[in-house]
Write a protein that binds this ligand. Sequence first.
Ligand code: NAI
Length: 474
Amino acid sequence: MAKRTYDVVVIGGGPGGYGCAIRLGQLKQKVVCVEKEEVGGVCLNWGCVPSKALISASHTYEKVKDHGATMGIMTDGIRVDVNKMQEWKGGIVKKLTGGIRGLFKGNGVELVMGNARVTGPRTVEVKTNEGGTETLEATKAIVIATGSSTIEIPSFKFDGKQIIGAKEAVSLQSVPKRLIVIGGGVIGLELGMVYQKFGSELTVVEATAGLLPGVDPDCTAVVEKKLVKRGAKVLKNAKATGYEKNADGSLAVKVDLGGGKHDTLVADTVLVAVGMRPNGGGLGLEEIGVKVERGFVPTDPLGKTNVDGIYAIGDVSGHPMLAHKATKEGEVIAEVIAGHKAAKDWVAIPAAIFTDPEIAVAGLTEAQAKEKGYEVRIGKFPFAALGRAMAVHETEGFFKVVANKKTNELLGVHIVGPEASDLISEGALALEMHAFLEDIGLTIHPHPTLGEGFMEAAMNGLGHAIHILNREQK
Ligand code: NAI
């Protein structure tokens, strides 16, 4: 059996693992990354990136089809070629995963394709995809970056064709006529809205009282309104309990609506998107004394587990399960391993939800700030009051800033509207810099841009936004 020695062995080549491996390479550490499927992980191959390509295609299609005439663009005969779209999406994924392999090479990171198992505090055994076995020795550290997997509901076992998860949903070769999404969370709404725009009749079955649990309900309401306006059925406090196959091949899906009420809905495809579970089990970690809790591998601010030399980053190390959080953790932990002064120490982890309109958040919601004992000052500004939003013909939504009423220090930023996912970065920076509403309001924002809304929301909090009437705050 071959045995090779490195400074660090990184298990998992997703945004956490590849970011960590590249940073280790930059820091001149001898590093190997083990990946069993494809570098880039879920995010690049089956998640963030392919879904955004489809979201952008569906947005362009709908905008031109439904709003082109308003803008003077006549679009007779517009149609969707799903195969061509998938081909384009596949090209983007290929370019990005190829890019990571190139970055590995350029930074001296070795890649082993195979299934890794930790066999000791400094050893990893890999069953390679080519059928061999290799032992990798890590003189300094092993980094667990194994991510998370789709949760399956027992009564809706994935068949890859009609009962599908996000992985299959980004690779459909045709548009389902009737689509039921179980789970009104991030994946359910992002992908549900894609197929709705391409013509699917959409039903969302959500177990709790609201869509996107945890997100500011003012923001969620804007998305829900648009979903329903386009004809979707949104069933809340509802549970899909099982299904039967109809003679014509469609599915009769039974839904418990609560309060003793039941319904049966017909669907051609059911997308199950009820969350992800962390992949901390089955890696041999418990056997060598590493604490694993419900699949999570808990760590301290330096990314260390309870066993010396073993680190964890990304989804497997805890919420939120977001690619950018994983990458940043990977970078930081690489520096810790290389002996630099570094720690996971941030004010906010922004989140972007690519619904229509987009939602993006950083920091505390109004409710969370109040729970923490703050007296809050709220500033709001609607996209409808921005000339640029009118010019791009997307005026739904608003900026909302939450600040400490006593000091005006910014506590949270919530944006629902066009390009919210890009606009939130300024909010995240403001939070990291402990900015006050005055800092944001006095920063000159170029005109005409969507970003002016952040400045105006801050000024609204202070009672003097220019382009809306300001209501006095008590
Ligand atoms: P999620 O946690 O966002 O949403 C799952 C939803 O399913 C929740 O609303 C929950 O109440 C509901 N649910 C749970 N069990 C149910 C049942 N039996 N019947 C009906 N509803 C049920 O999980 P999702 O959408 O699967 O996403 C997984 C992860 O991927 C999340 O952690 C998310 O952060 C991440 N993600 C992030 C994206 C982004 O940042 N844009 C995009 C896609 C995924």
